[in-house]
Design a protein around this ligand. Structure first.
Ligand SMILES: [Mg+2]
Length: 189
């Protein structure tokens, strides 16, 4: 499902002088659609990724070659990258780090709480306005990143039959509430 807000984050900032916290700066179909070159040209130095439904299907540690390749391209372009997950059990972290080829941090308390983000920001060691936050959830990844003045990118979730239906429903509700200006048609759910 691709939804589009009627006003961009940049337009809202121009009107109000601040970011709308639940609105991403950009919406992409997937991680591999993120334009690394443009982010670099705009001065961004680091990218924090959500894990479940953003880099891998929910709780399934399988990274596609497209996602893996895009992460490596970001590193080759000079980006520091890491992952920050709400759902990840500490025992899952090592195998995820091996699969993704990068540091995975567990957010406790969960995103959008500031504690997890502070860990990731410490690790990145660059100002937060040079950090990009990428995730599939408006109320955790996007809100959390916007609170720190990061550039936020919302991606469509990677489909997974393992995802509990309440989580799928909550994600749709968040997007409906914060990103749409009209009711969704049944076929769009
Ligand atoms: Mg997620």
């Amino acid at each position: 499902m691709q939804t589009k807000p009627s006003l961009s984050q940049a337009a809202i900032r121009e009107l109000t002088g601040q970011k709308r916290l639940y609105l991403p700066d950009e919406i992409c179909r997937s991680v591999q659609d993120i334009d690394i070159e443009r982010l670099a040209a705009n001065g961004y130095k680091a990218i924090i990724f959500d894990v479940d439904a953003t880099l891998i299907p929910h709780h399934i540690p399988q990274v596609t070659s497209e996602v893996y390749g895009h992460l490596r391209r970001a590193e080759e372009r000079g980006f520091k990258i890491c992952a920050l997950s709400n759902a990840t059990d500490p025992e899952r972290v090592k195998s995820l780090e091996d699969a993704l080829g990068m540091k995975v941090m567990v957010a406790r308390p969960k995103k959008p709480n500031t504690q997890g983000f502070m860990q990731a920001i410490d690790y990145m060691s660059v100002p937060t306005n040079q950090i990009v936050m990428v995730g599939d959830r408006v109320s955790t990844d996007i809100l959390g990143g916007n609170q720190w003045e990061m550039y936020t990118i919302l991606v469509d979730p990677i489909p997974s039959e393992a995802e509990p239906w309440p989580l799928t429903a909550i994600r749709l509700q968040e997007r409906y509430t914060h990103l749409t200006e009209r009711p969704l048609k049944p076929e769009e759910f």
